[in-house]
Design a protein around this ligand. Structure first.
Ligand SMILES: Nc1ncnc2c1ncn2[C@@H]1O[C@H](COP(=O)(O)OP(=O)(O)OP(=O)(O)O)[C@@H](O)[C@H]1O
Ligand SMILES: [Mg+2]
Length: 480
C-alpha cells in the first residue's frame, strides 16, 4: 500500500501521542482506584474503632465480657443510612452481634492472621453468609482488637457495598473517556500540523527540483535551521549553483563556437571573393594586359593570406589543446629582439616609428625558441601596426628568481577598457575600421600569443589608454 508521506508522518505522530495518553490514562485509573479504596478503608476503620469503644465490654482480665446494646443500636442506625453494615465477633470466631443470618463468616486462614494482629481488607467480598446465601459484593475491613498481652478480645468487620465505590469509579472513567476523545482529536490536529510542516518543507525542495528540470536555475530553497531537511535543502542549492554554472558554460561555449564559425567564414570570404573576381576577369579577358601581372600578384597575396589564416587557426587549436611540444631552452632575449627589429625595421620606417631597445645582453628567457619569437613578433608587429610616427620601446629583465619580464610599449592609438577585455579572443578587432591594414588583419595574433604564454606557464598583461599608447607585459617563469 502506498501511503502519502503526510499520512505516514501523521500516523507516526498520532501513535506516539495517543499511546502516551493511553498509558497515562490507565495509570491514572489504577491510581485513583487505589486511592478510593484506601480512603474507604480508612473511613471503615474509623467506624470499627468507634463501634469497639462504644459497645464492647472488656472485663478486668482484658477479656471480652459482652456487648452494650443501646450505644450500638444508635451507631447501627446511623451507619445503615449509608448502607454500611458491621459485625462483631468474639474471640472464638462466633458472631456476637448482630444476631441475624446475613452476617458474613470469617475463614480460618483469615482468623489466623487476625490473631496475629493483622488488619484485613477485602475488595468486592462475596463471602457467603451464615446460611450460605450470596450477598451483594462489599468491600470490608476486618480489624482485630487485642489487650496488652496480645490476646484477642474481639474482631470487628465493617463493610460498605462496592456499588458505592464503583459508581465513583465509573464517574472517573467517564470523565477520562471524554478526556481521551478530546486528546485523541487534539493529537490528530497536532499530528496533522507537524506532518504538514515537514512535508511542506520537502515539497518546497520538490517544486524547486521540478523547476530546475524545466531549465529554470534561478531557484534557491530557503534554509533556516540545521536539521536533515535543511541539510538537504542547502546541498540542493549547491547542486543548483553548479548546474547553473555548467549550463552557462555550455551556453557560452555554444555562443563562442557560433561566433567562431561566423568569423572564420567571414575572414575567408573576403580573400576568396577577391580571387574569384580576378579569376573571372582573367577568364573573360576583362583585365587589361598591363594589369594582369598585378592581378596575379594580388591573387597570390590573397592565397597566402588564406593559407596563413588556416595555419593560424590550426596553430591556435593545437596550442589550446596542448598538442604542441615546447622545446624549452635558455634564450638570450637581446638576440631575439635584435633579429625582430631588423625584420620589422622596414615596416616601422613606413609608419615613421622608431624603436628604443633596452635589453641587457645577459637577460635570458626559458622558452621554446620559435614560440618565443612568435610571441614577440606578434606583439611588436601590433605595436607598429597601431602606431604612426611614434616610439616603440622594448625592455627585458630577469628578476631574482630568473623569471623573464619583457615589456613592449608604443605611443599609438591605444584601446579602451572594453576593447582590452576582448583582446585575447579569436577574431577580435577593437575597431572594425582597423582591418585590412597591411599587416595582420584577422584578429588571431593576440589569441595565439595568449595561448602560447599560457603554455609556458607565464602571464601576459595589457594596459592601454585610448589615444596615448599601449603596453604589453609578458612574464615567463625561469628554469626550475
Ligand atoms: N599595440 C596595440 N595598440 C592598439 N590596439 C591594439 C594593439 N595590439 C592589439 N590591438 C587591438 O587588438 C586587436 C587584436 O589584435 P590581434 O593581434 O589579435 O589581431 P590583428 O593584429 O588585428 O590581426 P592578426 O591576426 O594579423 O594579428 C587588434 O585588432 C587591435 O584592435
Ligand atoms: Mg596582430
Amino acid at each position: 500500500m502506498k501511503l502519502k508521506l503526510l499520512y505516514q508522518q501523521m500516523l507516526a505522530f498520532f501513535v506516539v501521542i495517543f499511546t502516551t495518553v493511553i498509558v497515562f490514562g490507565i495509570a491514572f485509573i489504577q491510581f485513583s482506584n487505589r486511592m478510593v479504596y484506601r480512603d474507604t478503608w480508612k473511613q471503615l476503620e474509623g467506624y470499627a474503632d468507634s463501634v469497639f469503644q462504644q459497645s464492647v465490654v472488656v472485663n478486668t482480665d482484658g477479656e471480652f465480657a459482652g456487648i452494650q446494646i443501646t450505644g450500638l443500636q444508635n451507631s447501627e442506625r446511623l451507619l445503615a443510612n449509608q448502607a454500611i453494615h458491621f459485625t462483631i465477633y468474639n474471640k472464638q470466631n462466633t458472631i456476637a452481634y448482630p444476631k441475624n443470618d446475613y452476617s458474613p463468616a470469617i475463614t480460618n486462614a483469615q482468623w489466623k492472621k487476625l490473631k496475629q494482629g493483622e488488619t484485613l481488607t477485602t475488595k468486592s467480598d462475596r463471602r457467603l453468609n451464615q446460611v450460605g446465601r450470596k450477598q451483594h459484593p462489599t468491600t470490608d475491613i476486618i480489624k482485630p482488637y487485642r489487650n496488652e498481652d496480645g490476646t484477642l478480645i474481639a474482631v470487628i468487620s465493617v463493610g460498605s457495598p462496592v456499588a458505592n465505590i464503583e459508581s465513583n469509579m465509573r464517574k472517573i472513567q467517564h470523565n477520562l473517556l471524554i478526556a481521551f476523545l478530546i486528546s485523541g482529536l487534539v493529537s490528530i490536529l497536532i499530528a496533522y500540523a507537524l506532518a504538514k510542516y515537514s512535508v511542506s518543507r520537502i515539497d518546497r525542495i520538490r517544486r524547486a527540483a521540478h523547476k530546475i528540470g524545466e531549465g529554470n536555475f534561478d531557484i534557491t530553497v530557503p534554509t533556516k535551521g540545521n536539521d536533515e531537511i535543511d541539510g538537504l535543502a542547502s546541498d540542493f542549492n549547491h547542486m543548483t549553483e553548479s548546474l547553473k554554472a555548467s549550463n552557462e558554460e555550455i551556453k557560452r561555449q555554444e555562443q563562442r563556437r557560433r561566433e567562431f564559425l561566423a568569423d572564420a567564414a567571414h575572414e575567408m570570404r573576403t580573400p576568396l571573393t577577391t580571387i574569384n573576381g580576378l579569376l573571372e576577369g582573367l577568364t573573360y579577358d576583362a583585365i587589361p594586359e598591363e594589369s594582369k601581372e598585378e592581378s596575379l600578384q594580388l591573387m597570390s597575396n590573397e592565397t597566402k593570406r588564406l593559407i596563413r589564416l588556416v595555419n593560424d587557426n590550426l596553430d591556435y587549436e593545437k596550442i589550446r589543446t596542448n598538442q604542441i611540444v615546447l622545446n624549452r631552452h635558455e634564450i638570450y632575449v637581446h638576440e631575439v629582439i635584435n633579429n625582430l627589429v631588423e625584420q620589422l625595421q622596414k615596416k616601422a620606417d613606413e609608419a615613421k616609428d622608431h624603436f628604443v631597445i633596452q635589453v641587457a645582453t645577459n637577460v635570458v628567457a626559458y622558452a621554446d625558441y620559435d614560440r618565443f619569437v612568435q610571441i614577440m613578433f606578434n606583439i611588436m608587429q601590433n605595436a607598429i601596426q597601431f602606431t604612426t610616427g611614434g616610439t616603440i620601446s622594448v625592455h627585458a629583465k630577469n628578476d631574482d628568481k630568473k623569471n623573464c619580464i619583457v615589456t613592449v610599449s608604443d605611443t599609438g592609438i591605444g584601446m579602451s577598457e572594453d576593447q582590452m577585455k576582448n583582446i585575447w579572443e579569436r577574431y577580435y578587432k577593437a575597431d572594425v575600421s582597423r582591418k585590412n591594414t597591411k599587416y595582420g588583419e584577422s584578429g588571431l595574433g593576440m589569441a595565439i600569443v595568449h595561448q602560447l604564454v599560457k603554455a609556458h606557464d607565464g602571464q601576459i598583461k595589457v594596459s592601454s589608454q585610448l589615444g596615448k599608447g599601449t603596453t604589453f607585459t609578458v612574464r615567463l617563469p625561469g628554469k626550475k
